[in-house]
Write a protein that binds this ligand. Structure first.
Ligand code: ADP
Length: 626
């Protein structure tokens, strides 16, 4: 009992929170849906009431003037309500879709602003996915609360209107008919039985609907949602045009269709079961509705025959009682639906409340024209969340202002991790990183990041215009963007584009979008970093996708590209780093050597010498083969 009460209060709490999200996201949406619900509720009663009045008039006085007024009123009111409803629907559609977009934006903002550690975390992706699955497969979510609330309010008003219109029939009336039968029909006991039957019918329908909903919920939860996610992934992969090459070359068609059909096969029994459930409960509900309808007709009909009211009122009473039944079951179902929807609300809050642990300081960074920013790693060690091996171990490293440093080492030696810490994508597990002597955590994050331009190896370009890709803004400073593209070695390509900086990249949205090679993409990413014009420039394998000539161009222009900035240049290809006077060698998460190329190569027992010899041999062999 206590557990049930606790569950109920939890349910109420989360529903309240859901509504405050709706209110905060799009304030008018609740009120508009309530107004619409009232109009929807009143509509059938206008017709029920006026048709009954017209029939009554036809059956008794036949007063033409009154009949004309009643008919005109019926037509006029129907037209008016229709127009108001159309207007409301239009407003509601706008408001509801604004709400949906803003809610999606809220979730996107969470993804955009949460700690980077959360982004790399599988659990975060699954939490967001669950919201989508519950919406796409079960139709649940915060969105659903609006429709359900409208349904409950409409039902509530239907109950009120129907009760007002029909309550008299359940009271003892003055009857003209004589005989025991009519007296029984007119007795309080029969009225009570009739009411009891109506309520039993509603409760039964509600129970059948709730059971059916629960069963379909179970059917569509768990395995089905994940199967659906994989199916959506396959559709995405197949329709994304850049997978076309691999699909053909590796004959992936068979595997993809096989995977897809096995997912469909997996879902099939669930769909069959769902259909069976719906049929079973639908049939029970329909049978109950027919029986109760007949009883209502008989009850109202006999009362009319007994002379309790004019014949036209049969329509009024039967219509109102039927509305009452559907309103009552809509009302009760609404509450069950709210509780069924709570799973989706929990999924929403689970995602939105993923905690952030990165410390956010408030210090502003000094704006220095001389770019004299000094960065130092002091005894920094780092483990990725959820792992217990050190990706970086006791790193002590100082960047010399205005110099170029190369960071070299084998794959997995911790080079990128060091940059991630430098950019505060993660905080060190131990030790500290300082900027001009102050722990970088203490700075305002955006201020701190404004001193870095970074190109990661797994950079991403947008399918927007070239200009937007360089400036990452809608306002493009064309001259500077073109200069940066030229510094990155893309000037010829740019001048061959008829639309210049306005040329869309890729063909995702535009027919005249241009396809670019991996090397060109890397140059655009480099131009983007240059455009930011920050005092620190960090390039993580910036020439990996470039051909040797383009690579040579980047090196020879490196001084021009970097200017007076401090540059950190990461590569596993040692030959690409020779032009840096300061080389840091990483191995298994540790900084093991540091110095100029000549000094490092002279240390024959050192890692640098070993890597250099191995790579020189490899390149020599490869060159020999060609
Ligand atoms: P490098 O840039 O030198 O190739 P990284 O810094 O990317 O190396 O990786 C250092 C180590 O950290 C590797 O063992 C790698 O597997 C591990 N690592 C990198 N990223 C993650 C992550 N997100 N979660 C767990 N381990 C990671």
């Amino acid at each position: 009992m206590l557990i049930m009460f606790k569950k109920l209060t939890d349910d109420v709490k989360i529903i309240k929170r859901g509504f405050s999200v709706i209110h905060d996201t799009q304030s008018g949406v609740i009120l508009l849906n309530i107004i619409c619900a009232v109009f929807e509720a009143v509509t059938p009663f206008i017709n029920i009431y006026l048709s009954a009045e017209i029939l009554n008039e036809l059956g008794s006085g036949k007063d033409i003037r009154r009949l004309t007024i009643l008919v005109a009123l019926t037509v006029g009111l129907n037209l008016l309500v229709y127009l108001i409803k159309q207007l409301l629907y239009r407003l509601i559609n706008i408001c509801n879709s604004l709400f949906e977009n803003k809610l999606t934006m809220r979730m996107n903002n969470k993804t955009l602003s949460t700690d980077y550690a959360n982004i790399e975390n599988f659990d975060t992706r699954m939490k967001r996915q669950r919201i989508n699955d519950l919406r796409n497969v079960n139709g649940r979510g915060i969105w659903f609360m609006i429709y359900n609330m409208r349904n409950i309010i409409r039902s509530l008003f239907v109950i009120i209107f129907a009760a007002v219109m029909s309550y008299k029939i359940f009271f003892v009336s003055d009857i003209t008919g004589e005989g025991t039968f009519y007296n029984i029909i007119n007795s309080p006991l029969v009225s009570f039985i009739m009411l009891a039957l109506i309520i039993i019918n509603v409760i039964f329908t509600m129970y059948a609907n709730a059971t059916s909903a629960k069963k379909s919920y179970v059917l569509f939860d768990g395995g089905v949602t994940s199967a659906n996610t994989v199916a959506a992934y396959i559709v995405d992969y197949v329709t994304g045009y850049n997978a076309g090459k691999d699909i053909r070359l590796y004959n992936q068609k068979k595997m993809l269709s096989g995977e897809f059909s096995s997912l469909i096969d997996k879902l099939k029994p669930n769909f069959n079961q769902l259909e069976k459930n719906q049929k079973k409960y639908g049939n029970i509900n329909s049978a109950m509705a027919v029986v109760i309808s007949c009883l209502v007709y008989l009850f109202v009909g006999f009362k009319a025959l007994a002379g309790a009211f004019l014949i036209g009122n049969i329509l009024k009473y039967v219509g109102s009682i039927n509305e009452f039944i559907s309103g009552f079951s809509g009302f009760m179902n609404g509450f069950t639906e709210f509780r069924n929807n709570n799973e989706a609300l929990r999924a929403y809050f689970d995602f939105m409340e993923i905690p952030d642990s990165l410390f956010h300081g408030t210090l502003t960074t000094e704006k220095r024209a001389d770019n004299e920013y000094e960065i130092e790693f002091r005894n920094v060690s780092f483990k990725y969340p959820g792992t217990d091996t050190y990706a970086l171990k006791n790193l002590n490293l100082k960047f010399n202002i205005g110099q170029r440093m190369a960071v070299v080492g084998m794959n997995g030696s911790g080079k990128t991790t060091m940059i991630k810490l430098l950019c505060r994508l993660y905080d060190p597990t131990e030790g500290e990183i300082t900027l001009n002597g102050i722990d970088i955590k203490k700075y305002d994050y955006d201020e701190y990041m404004s001193i870095f331009s970074v190109v990661f190896q797994d950079f991403k370009l947008f399918s927007f215009t070239l200009g937007q890709n360089v400036t990452t803004s809608v306002d493009v400073d064309g001259e500077w963007a073109a200069k940066c593209l030229s510094m990155a070695g893309l000037d010829e390509r740019l001048s061959s584009m008829p639309k210049g900086l306005d040329t869309p990249l890729y063909k995702d949205f535009e027919e005249d979008g241009v396809e670019i090679s991996g090397g060109e993409a890397q140059k655009i990413a480099l131009a983007r970093a240059l455009y930011k014009d920050a005092p620190f420039i960090v390039l993580d394998e910036p020439t990996a996708a470039l051909d040797p000539i383009a690579e040579f161009e980047v090196y020879s222009k490196f001084n021009e590209i970097v200017g007076g900035k401090t540059a950190i240049y990461i590569s596993h290809r040692l030959s690409s780093c020779r032009f840096c006077d300061d080389i840091a060698v990483f191995h298994e998460g540790e900084l093991i050597q540091r110095g100029s190329h000549d000094a490092l190569i002279a240390d024959e027992g050192g890692k640098y010498h070993e890597l250099w010899t191995a790579q020189a041999q490899y390149y020599a062999e490869n060159t020999g083969n060609h």
